[in-house]
Design a protein around this ligand. Structure first.
Ligand SMILES: Nc1ncnc2c1ncn2[C@@H]1O[C@H](COP(=O)(O)OP(=O)(O)OP(=O)(O)O)[C@@H](O)[C@H]1O
Length: 247
């Protein structure tokens, strides 16, 4: 399987001198296409900073990032905001802890936003929105606004929206952080299932042990450094089978 994400010597420092925080400190790894990779670590270890760098929401101080063979950052590669925004739109779908839905739009309209931005034809957009809302189990809720939905339903809408553009990579930062544990588990299982159905590569920052079980691989970050990198099969025999059963 070819590599979808390639990160080499990635570094991001906030502040300087005695106050410098090495949020991401010389991190290197690759993620093969189709893999669901959990990124774990204590609060403040650098997970969000790492995801933001890979997703083109922030720029590194050093190192290289390539996604789907396109170099987002590296020596001599200083993309302008417009260029970076275009790459972001084409390559990534984002899911945030806070859902980040637009309150005055219905579920279907929220999911359709990335397709409107791309000027996708109306019939094609509506068909894709319907397919995605059905996939996340919200086919009967298309007209509801976020305020009329539960947290779990809102996050399922956000997941559908993140997939609308058929991104190569799904980046999810603590997607269950605001959900109760049972709802969070349902969202995690759904995420596992849609990653497989849409053949997307996913990076999920999480504290949730279930996500670690469902993931193909777990990357552990500590003080900005990569401290462990475990494939599901290596962690404990049988984990993959358990993950399969859970979907
Ligand atoms: N914009 C910023 N300016 C200054 N320091 C920052 C900034 N963003 C992050 N940091 C610092 O970088 C370190 C890593 O933060 P980051 O948010 O990436 O951690 P995290 O692992 O995602 O934490 P959490 O699990 O609590 O979300 C922390 O020490 C944080 O205080």
């Amino acid at each position: 399987m070819r590599d979808m994400i390639e990160v080499e010597g990635l570094t991001r420092t906030f502040g300087s001198g005695a106050n410098a925080v090495h949020a991401v400190d010389d991190v290197s790894f690759t993620v093969p296409e189709g893999q669901l990779c959990a990124v774990v670590g204590r609060s403040g270890s650098g997970k969000t900073t790492l995801l933001n760098l890979i997703g083109g929401l922030d720029k590194p101080d050093g190192g290289r990032i390539s996604v789907d063979g396109k170099q987002l950052a590296g020596p001599g590669r200083n993309l302008g905001e417009k260029e970076l925004a275009a790459l972001r739109r084409d390559l990534f779908g984002f899911v945030f802890q806070s859902f980040a839905l637009i309150p005055i739009l219905s579920a279907a309209e929220n999911v359709g936003i990335p397709l409107r931005l791309r000027k996708t034809a109306v019939a094609e957009r509506e068909a894709r929105v319907e397919l995605l809302l059905n996939m996340v189990g919200l086919g009967g809720h298309t007209k509801q606004r976020p305020g009329e939905m539960s947290g779990g339903q809102q996050q399922r809408v956000a997941l559908a929206r993140a997939l609308a553009n058929s991104p190569r990579v799904l980046i999810a930062d603590e997607p269950t952080g605001q959900l109760d544990s049972e709802t969070g588990r349902a969202v995690m299982r759904l995420l596992r299932a849609v990653v497989a159905a849409e053949n997307v590569t996913a990076l999920v920052a999480t504290h949730d042990p279930l996500m670690m079980e469902l993931a193909d691989r777990v990357i552990t970050i500590g003080d900005g450094k990569l401290v462990a990198d475990t494939e599901a099969g290596e962690a404990a025999p049988g984990l993959s089978a358990a993950a399969g059963a859970a979907v």
